[in-house]
Design a protein around this ligand. Structure first.
Ligand code: PAF
Length: 280
C-alpha cells in the first residue's frame, strides 16, 4: 500500500529521512483523476529518481470558472489503485486548508509566457498554477519534477518560474500520451458524449496536417485557417485558438521558424480540449 500523506509536517518527516540518506526526490504534480498520461509520468519518475511522490490536489486557485472546480472528478481511491503497481513512495493528497491556510496571501505570477493562448481565455489560471507549483515544490522539497507536454504552456510557465526564482528543481517534460486514434489523453475526455468522443480526434488530425503543410512550404496563415475550418467542420463548436508559436517563449509566429509549436484549444460541446505538437 502506498502511504497517503495529508499534512506538510508528515511529508517533511518522510522527505527529511530520504534527503539525509542522500536520495533524490522526484515529484509528479497532479490533480488526480489519473489516466495513462499521468501513469507514464509516474513511471518515468520511478525510473528517474530514488524517491517518488505523486501529489493529488485539486487546486482551487487555478479554476477561473467555479462550476469547473465543483465538477472536477475526485477519484482518490482509484487513483491510488492505479499507482500501486508503479510503487511510488508516497501520495501527497492534502486538504485545501493545508495548502492555503487562513491568512494565505501570496500569488505567484509569471508574466510573458502566461499571457496568450490559454492565459487569454482563462484569466488567473496560470497564476493559480504557478502559486500551487511553487508551494508543492516547497512542501515536497523536490529535486526533480515531471510534467506532461500536453500542457505545453503550463510547462513553459513552470520552466520560467523555476529559472526566475532559482528554485533548483529539474523540470522534465514528458511527451503527450495519445489514444489509438490520436486524441491526447486528458481527464476531460471522460466528459465527452459518445458522438463527441468519435469527433474528438479531428483536432489532432487537423493539427498534424497543418504542421506538415507548413513544413512543405504552405504559408502559416493559410495552413492555420485550413486547420480551423477542418476542426469546425469535424464537429467542434468553437476554436478558441489555433496558433503557431515559438516553442519556448510562446510568442506567435507568422512564419515557420524553429523550434516552433502548434498549439490549440477548442470546444467540443461543453468540453474544452487542448493539444499541441512540434512543427518541423
Ligand atoms: O497539470 C495539472 O494537473 C495541474 O495544473 C498541476 C500542475 C498539478 C497544478 O495544479
Amino acid at each position: 500500500m502506498i502511504p497517503i500523506v495529508r499534512t506538510v509536517a508528515e511529508l517533511r518527516g518522510l522527505v527529511s529521512g530520504w534527503k539525509r540518506a542522500g536520495e533524490r526526490v522526484g515529484v509528479v504534480p497532479t490533480m488526480g483523476a489519473l489516466h495513462a498520461g499521468h501513469l507514464a509520468l509516474a513511471r518515468a519518475a520511478r525510473a528517474g529518481a530514488e524517491r517518488v511522490i505523486v501529489t493529488i490536489f485539486v487546486n482551487p486557485k487555478q479554476f477561473n470558472r467555479p462550476e469547473d472546480l465543483v465538477k472536477y472528478p475526485r477519484t482518490e481511491e482509484s487513483d491510488a489503485a492505479l499507482l500501486a503497481p508503479i510503487e511510488v513512495d508516497a501520495i501527497f493528497a492534502p486538504l485545501p486548508g493545508e495548502v492555503y491556510p487562513a491568512g494565505f496571501a501570496t500569488t505567484v505570477s509569471v508574466a510573458g509566457v502566461s499571457a496568450g493562448l490559454c492565459g487569454a481565455g482563462r484569466p488567473g489560471h496560470f497564476d493559480g498554477v504557478a502559486t500551487v507549483v511553487t508551494k508543492l515544490f516547497g512542501m515536497t522539497r523536490a529535486d526533480v519534477a515531471w510534467f506532461g507536454e500536453k500542457d505545453w504552456q503550463q510547462l513553459a510557465v513552470v520552466r520560467r518560474l523555476v529559472a526566475d526564482m532559482n528554485l533548483g528543481v529539474e523540470i522534465v517534460g514528458h511527451p503527450t500520451v495519445r489514444e489509438a486514434d490520436g486524441l491526447a489523453m486528458s481527464s476531460r475526455n471522460a466528459r465527452l458524449t459518445a458522438a463527441e468522443r468519435a469527433a474528438a480526434p479531428v483536432l489532432a488530425g487537423a493539427m498534424g496536417r497543418a504542421a506538415a503543410a507548413m513544413v512543405a512550404g504552405v504559408p502559416v496563415g493559410k495552413a492555420l485557417a485550413a486547420a480551423r475550418a477542418e476542426v469546425l467542420a469535424g464537429g467542434y463548436r468553437e476554436v478558441e485558438y489555433l496558433e503557431l508559436c515559438d516553442a519556448s517563449d510562446l510568442l506567435p509566429l507568422a512564419q515557420l521558424m524553429r523550434p516552433a509549436r502548434l498549439l490549440a484549444a477548442a470546444w467540443l460541446g461543453e468540453v474544452r480540449l487542448i493539444d499541441n505538437i512540434a512543427v518541423g
